[in-house]
Design a protein around this ligand. Structure first.
Ligand code: ATP
Ligand code: SF4
Ligand code: MG
Length: 336
């Protein structure tokens, strides 16, 4: 299987008046073509920052400090400054025109807040026309609307509703429209940031199912960002667990749920409520994620970890192969 995306040692910082927050600290990830990678972790751990960094759209005052992001292109991409050749390209070496040509067409991002991302003055169809004509001014309105109808149909929205305005849609439908807009240019990689967070569980399940169908239909590779491990259990092939900007564990979904290695992964799984076991007490992880402005020597999880040893408080563990077949960054496993 080909690797579509390879991220190596990515560091992203937000420089604010209060100090500098290191939102990603040497994050490395590999994503195979046609797979879905789930990114999970507590609020503020760097999930959206990682997704946006892949688009090279880290918002001000954030900045990619170092690292490489390789994307494997299956065809050359024409750009007015300089065409991008087929094959593996390091996104960090591309200029802004080249990145703009890739966004939407090769990599699409569905933002975390769909409710405010649609323009109330435009019909749903107009949104599709705008996105498609921004990349190809030659595309006629009719052709863009046909694409919109096909995609919306796949997401359970009647095609004739392209003439409606966002306020005529429910929250779940607006979320579907956002997903549809992400698919408008038939990207190879779709990054979906908390696509179902504000929805009820029934609508959530429907949308996840429809996304899985569209993924197969359009041959997509996906990154699904969520703090909800239950969502990933149903949808992801692999899962990366992030804590305070560092990848703590990366494994197949089966391995992560069946044989979690990292103490943080175990604690996260333990904290998932289980309706089939009403007698089970609700648990949580004691303490809180660190303020990323504060420097914590060693493993970032050490202040909350019940297994913390001396070395954990001084030296950062590296991501090494784990016995579940994935990778883990924890001193408990360093000697194996
Ligand atoms: N605009 C900003 N200004 C300053 N710091 C920021 C900004 N955005 C993010 N950060 C820092 O980066 C960290 C990671 O933020 P990010 O949005 O990537 O987290 P997240 O995992 O997506 O959280 P959530 O689950 O709440 O969406 C935050 O904890 C914060 O320290
Ligand atoms: S490295 Fe140490 S502190 Fe960090 S998770 Fe492993 S045992 Fe806990
Ligand atoms: Mg986020």
């Amino acid at each position: 299987m080909t690797d579509l995306l390879r991220i190596e040692n990515l560091v992203v910082e937000y420089a604010t008046r209060r100090g500098t927050a290191r939102a990603l600290d040497k994050a490395s990830i590999i994503l195979e073509e046609n797979k879905t990678l789930g990114l999970a972790g507590e609020s503020g751990c760097g999930k959206s920052t990682l997704g946006r960094a892949i688009m090279r759209l880290v918002p001000y005052p954030g900045k990619i400090i170092e690292g490489e992001i390789f994307l494997n292109l299956d065809q050359p991409v024409s750009v007015k400054t300089e065409d991008i050749p087929m094959g593996e390209v390091n996104l960090m070496n591309l200029d802004e025109d080249q990145m703009r040509a890739l966004r939407g067409r090769m990599i699409a991002y569905i933002f975390q807040d769909p409710m405010t991302s649609l323009n109330p003055m435009l019909t749903i169809g107009d949104h599709f026309i705008q996105i498609m004509q921004a990349h190809d001014p030659e595309i006629e309105d009719e052709a863009a609307l046909d694409r919109a109808k096909e995609i919306l149909d796949g997401l359970g929205i009647l095609p004739e509703r392209v003439t409606d305005y966002p306020h005529q849609f429910s929250g779940g439908m607006r979320q579907r429209v956002m997903i549809g807009l992400g698919l408008a240019l038939r990207p190879r990689l779709l990054i979906s940031d908390e696509p179902t967070t504000s929805l009820d569980v029934i609508v959530e399940a429907q949308i996840l199912e429809q996304m899985a169908e569209l993924k197969d239909k359009f041959n997509l590779t996906m990154i699904l960002i969520t703090h909800n491990l239950g969502v990933l259990a149903q949808t992801a092939d692999d899962i990366a667990i992030i804590y305070a900007g560092r990848i703590m564990e990366h494994a197949s979904t089966d391995a992560l749920f069946g044989n979690p290695q990292h103490p943080y992964t175990k604690a996260l799984l333990e904290a998932v409520p289980d309706v089939s076991k009403p007698e089970k007490k609700l648990t949580w992880i004691p303490g809180a994620p660190p303020d990323l402005m504060d420097f914590i020597p060693g493993c970032m999880y050490n202040p909350r970890c019940p297994h913390a040893m001396d070395i954990c408080r001084t030296t950062v563990p590296t991501l090494i192969k784990s016995k579940s077949g994935g990778k883990v960054a924890c001193w408990l496993y360093e000697e194996e």
